[in-house]
Design a protein around this ligand. Structure first.
Ligand code: NAP
Length: 297
């Protein structure tokens, strides 16, 4: 630290030659994507920059047309545009096709390719945080929204023996379980007994929101040694549910890893270079700590 500034790699000055990527969403100002990607660009020493594009609901197709015309090199896509963007891509990766949702637009020549990197990011965070390989293992996923569906598909694609979805609304649970094909089914919290992995993919426990004090449908007291508990929520970094699971002896994995790794995969799609994941982790941890301090934790 010098003069109150964090020292580190410095990106080249912005110029007319700078390659632009960004994140589109509504709202978008809170997104950590530019922070993570700019940290990576500075570490790589490349003349790229990431910014936020606030795009109102209903304007995704116009935004994608703008991206094509302006030569923007790629975009992260967040709420509420993931499905609308999928409908206007030239091609979808098999994962984005299965999910009907795009969180990353990359260019392949003149073609725009829609991908979804959430599942790959989740698997990478499990590997890093717990050394966990889903092949042949039993998993319970709590929740059935977009993030849950990405996790269910990634676990099934990685060879999980069974993926059980536990959710408040049964119809959405059935749709999410179907993403795993014949290895997916709807279950109850009782399915946690004997599961190798239990994932909270709901906003339960997310600080600063109406669900901050809501507990995930599976009680952490049910968890124990020989189980991995993963939470997609990353604010706070360790949710009350994860904290209790750790007290019960479970190996715990917070949501920040998924955020970092899905962003790393996006950067690799755009630049063709290996992502400097450690630098992205450091930037994410610094920002998360600052946000937790601001929230008075
Ligand atoms: P979503 O599409 O809105 O789905 C939310 C899910 O949570 C639904 O299944 C919903 O159940 C359930 N839910 C919401 N409130 C609930 C409550 N009070 N009690 C019980 N269940 C409740 O959201 P999403 O995009 O999937 O995101 C889910 C969470 O994952 C969010 O906290 C998000 O921030 C986080 N996330 C993290 C990452 C990361 O990189 N770490 C990436 C993506 C998402 P119903 O079906 O019954 O409505």
């Amino acid at each position: 630290m010098t003069d109150g500034l964090v020292s580190g790699p410095v990106r080249p000055a912005l110029s007319a030659a700078t390659r632009v990527v960004g994140v589109m969403g509504d709202p978008v100002a809170h997104s950590l994507s530019p922070l993570l990607h700019n940290a990576a660009f500075a570490t790589l020493g490349v003349d790229w920059v990431s910014v936020g594009f606030p795009v109102p609901d209903g304007h995704a197709a116009a935004a994608v047309a703008g991206l094509r015309a302006l030569g923007i090199a790629g975009l992260s896509v967040t709420m509420p545009h993931k499905a609308a963007v999928a409908a206007v891509m030239d091609r979808l990766t098999p994962v984005a096709e299965s999910l009907g949702a795009v969180n990353c637009i990359a260019r392949d020549g003149d073609a725009l390719v829609g991908d979804n990197t959430d599942g790959a990011g989740f698997l990478a965070s499990l590997r890093r945080g717990a050394g966990f390989d889903p092949a042949g293992r039993r998993a319970v996923v709590i929740g059935a929204g977009g993030a849950a569906r990405a996790v269910v598909l990634a676990l099934a694609d990685a060879g999980a023996a069974e993926v059980v979805v536990v959710n408040r609304s049964p119809d959405r649970a059935a749709a999410a379980a179907a993403v795993a094909g014949d290895r997916g089914r709807v279950g109850t919290p009782d399915d946690t007994d004997g599961a190798d992995l239990v994932v909270n993919a709901t906003p339960a426990g997310m600080g600063g929101t109406a669900t901050a004090t809501v507990a995930p449908l599976v009680d952490a007291d049910r968890l124990g040694p020989d189980q991995v508990a993963a939470d997609l929520v990353y604010h706070p970094l360790v949710t009350p549910w994860l904290s209790r699971a750790a007290e019960q002896g479970a190996t715990v994995v917070g949501g920040l890893g998924m955020l970092v790794h899905q962003a790393a995969v996006q950067l690799e799609r755009w630049t063709g270079q290996p992502a400097p994941v450690e630098a992205m982790w450091e930037a994410a941890l610094r920002e998360a700590a600052a946000r937790e301090a601001a929230a008075g934790r």
